[in-house]
Design a protein around this ligand. Sequence first.
Ligand SMILES: [Zn+2]
Length: 180
Amino acid sequence: MSNVPGALGRDLDAYWMGHALAQAVAAGAAGEVPVGAVLVRGAEIVAMGRNAAIARHDPTAHAEIVAMRAAGRSLANYRLPGTVLYVTLEPCPMCAAALVYARVRRVVFGASDPRIGAAGTVFQLLANSHMNHRIEFTGGVRAEEAAALLRRFFRARRGRGGRGRPPSPVDSASWVDQIS
Ligand SMILES: [Zn+2]
């Protein structure tokens, strides 16, 4: 899935996605839905983020938002032009809209989200004619690794008999079933 022609930079995408996957692993280890993100400009990481909604008591603390907030502080700019965001799971509508507001240049994601994906799977908010900025995007980069993390996480959670916290934003048995 991509609105960028060709496969240029595929190896580079896979490399940066490795950093996002490491963030996803860290999120899962902390009991959060394992999704990670890294924001890159040129050949440098500007900021990293991982799902932290439970720990921060913040429903907006998705990996992408966490990374964008850190980047904004780091760059002292509310816009992030010229950056590429790598995230292990297709952005949700909230994050996709925030990425547009931030003027992120390109988004690369791993697994598609058949429940609420907003990079074309369910909604298309990254490249939408109603929005005043459109983002190039590429999906499916190291998707199986990203999906495997999510599957393991939800299986382990169900294995505990469903105890614990209420569902997180991407916590959906239907999502797991569809991606399996
Ligand atoms: Zn999100």
